[in-house]
Structure formats: structure tokens, C-alpha cells
Design a protein around this ligand. Structure first.
Ligand SMILES: [Fe+2]
Length: 286
């Protein structure tokens, strides 16, 4: 009898060990033990460690023989950016190389200034294009100025994008003045506008030099400042001539002068014909 009970007891222990859920020998089910196979152990512990080693080696080019805590810190640093910030849309991107935030902000400001100038010239062109005014020379001149300023804005916009920056598209309202009846006041406003733009460009060059953005220095000083100086000179001379108009026939002659000098067959240059070199004249009038 004792032998029978002992053998039964041993059988029950054996059954509970291998089939704990299907035990029919006890009314109270035995607590289910958590599986701890080699596969699960690898998933939990070895897998992540190997992943960290691979990622850290890929990004940093360091040897996998370093300890795991080193890789933890490397992977954490890589996944959170150089400044330790969280990953996101505004995080520093590898395609944004040495593009300083201050320069980016100044460029966005410059984009807004260029588009504002463009809208001011558009307002002037529309005024002189009215049937009640009908000055096609001034209309065409300011329309070309509008296109030029718009192009400047696009150039700066493309530069920001090329450097991996974020363009803040400006919201441009209508110009404060839209009545340009007095031609000399119009050209005075245009000269002042160009002078303000030039001052902003000079500030932009200083900032670009401060942050070692040499391509921007070259772009602004090599292209834009020269154009600004030419525009200021041309507008200044037109301002002088516009002050000579005291009557309607004077306005007509002035407008004819502007039309012949800058609009008619004058494609992309605001210099007087007499001030252009032979090469420039050939290029424009070919
Ligand atoms: Fe401009």
C-alpha cells in the first residue's frame, strides 16, 4: 500500500512538472511558471545588445569590443541629435551643414523685404498703367523692377532650401501708399526703398562673415550689392529728371525717355544705353 501511494505521488509530481495546466490530480491549479527558454532570453537580452553594437558601429565607426554602456550612450546620443534633443521634424538634419540659425532668420527677413519691395513696385506699375494715367514708360519700368525684386526673393529662398534651412513664407500686405500721382515722389520712394534694401544686405554680409557662411558672403557681395548700387544710381538720376516735369507735356517727355531707355527692347538691364559696354549692348540687342 505504501509503495503504491509513493509511486502515485511520484507520478503526480512528474505530471505537474511537465503539464502544469492540464493537471487533473489537484482541484487547485498550480501557479503557471513563466517561460524562460533560451530563445526568449535572447530576445530580451542578447538581441538588443547586438542591435546596439551594430548601430553604434555603423554610426560611429568604433570597435564592437567596447562595453555595452558605451554603445548605450552612443546610440542614445545619435538618436537624440547632437544637442541631446528629441527626434522630430525640426531636429538638426545632417543635410544642414554649418547653417547658423541667425543667418537663416536673417535670410527669411531678407526674403520678406524683397517681396515687400516687389509689391511696392507692382503698386507703382499698376498706378501708371491705369487708363486715367497712361504712362507706359513708368509702367514698364516699375513692372521690371517688380520682377527683379521677386527674383531676388526667390534666389534667397532657394539658398535657404539649399542649405537645409526652413523658409518662412512671408505674408505681404498691400503697400501703405498706392497713389503715385507725383512722379518725383514715386522715384524718391523707390530710391529710399533700394537704399534700405542695400543696408539690410550689408547687415546680412556682416552676419554671414561672423558665422563663416562664405558662399552667402560671395552671393550677396558679388551679385546683390552691385545690383543695388546700380539701381540706386539709376533711380537717383531718374529722380533728378522727374523733378524737371512741371506740366503734362513734361510728364509725357519724361515717360517717353524712360520707355526708350529702359523698356523698349531693353530686356534685363536698368542701366542707360550710353553706360553699357559694347558687350552688354550686343547681349541685350542681339
Ligand atoms: Fe532686391
Amino acid at each position: 500500500m505504501a509503495v503504491s501511494l509513493l509511486s502515485r505521488r511520484l507520478f503526480v509530481c512528474y505530471w505537474r512538472q511537465f503539464f502544469p495546466q492540464k493537471s487533473k490530480f489537484h482541484s487547485v491549479r498550480a501557479p503557471r511558471s513563466k517561460p524562460c527558454s533560451l530563445r526568449n532570453y535572447h530576445r530580451k537580452n542578447i538581441g538588443p545588445v547586438m542591435y546596439k553594437i551594430n548601430v553604434a558601429t555603423f554610426y560611429k565607426g568604433v570597435s564592437p569590443s567596447c562595453n555595452v554602456s558605451t554603445y548605450d550612450s552612443l546610440v542614445k546620443q545619435k538618436s537624440s541629435g547632437s544637442d541631446g534633443k528629441k527626434c522630430g521634424e525640426n531636429e538638426e538634419h545632417p543635410g544642414r551643414h554649418k547653417f547658423h540659425k541667425e543667418v537663416e532668420a536673417a535670410l527669411n527677413e531678407q526674403i520678406e523685404i524683397e517681396f515687400k519691395a516687389s509689391f511696392a513696385y507692382l503698386s507703382m506699375a499698376c498706378y501708371y498703367g491705369k487708363s486715367q494715367v497712361a504712362l507706359p514708360g513708368c509702367q514698364g519700368f516699375f513692372m521690371k523692377m517688380h520682377e527683379e525684386e521677386h527674383e531676388h526673393g526667390i534666389v534667397f529662398l532657394n539658398y535657404v532650401l539649399m542649405r537645409g534651412g526652413q523658409v518662412q513664407v512671408p505674408c505681404i500686405g498691400p503697400p501703405d501708399i498706392q497713389d503715385w500721382k507725383d512722379i518725383s515722389k514715386t522715384f524718391l520712394a523707390a530710391v529710399r526703398l533700394e537704399s534700405q534694401v542695400k543696408e539690410k544686405l550689408e547687415e546680412l554680409v556682416e552676419l554671414a562673415e561672423k558665422h563663416h557662411d562664405y558662399q552667402l558672403v560671395d552671393l550677396v557681395s558679388g551679385r546683390f550689392l552691385e545690383e543695388q548700387n546700380k539701381s540706386i544710381q539709376t533711380l537717383g538720376r531718374l529722380l533728378t529728371r522727374s523733378k524737371m516735369t512741371n506740366c503734362d507735356i513734361g510728364k509725357h517727355l519724361f515717360d517717353l525717355h524712360v520707355y526708350e531707355s529702359f523698356v523698349n527692347n531693353h530686356k534685363d538691364n536698368f542701366m542707360y544705353k550710353s553706360e553699357l559696354s559694347e558687350e552688354e549692348l550686343k547681349r541685350i540687342y542681339k
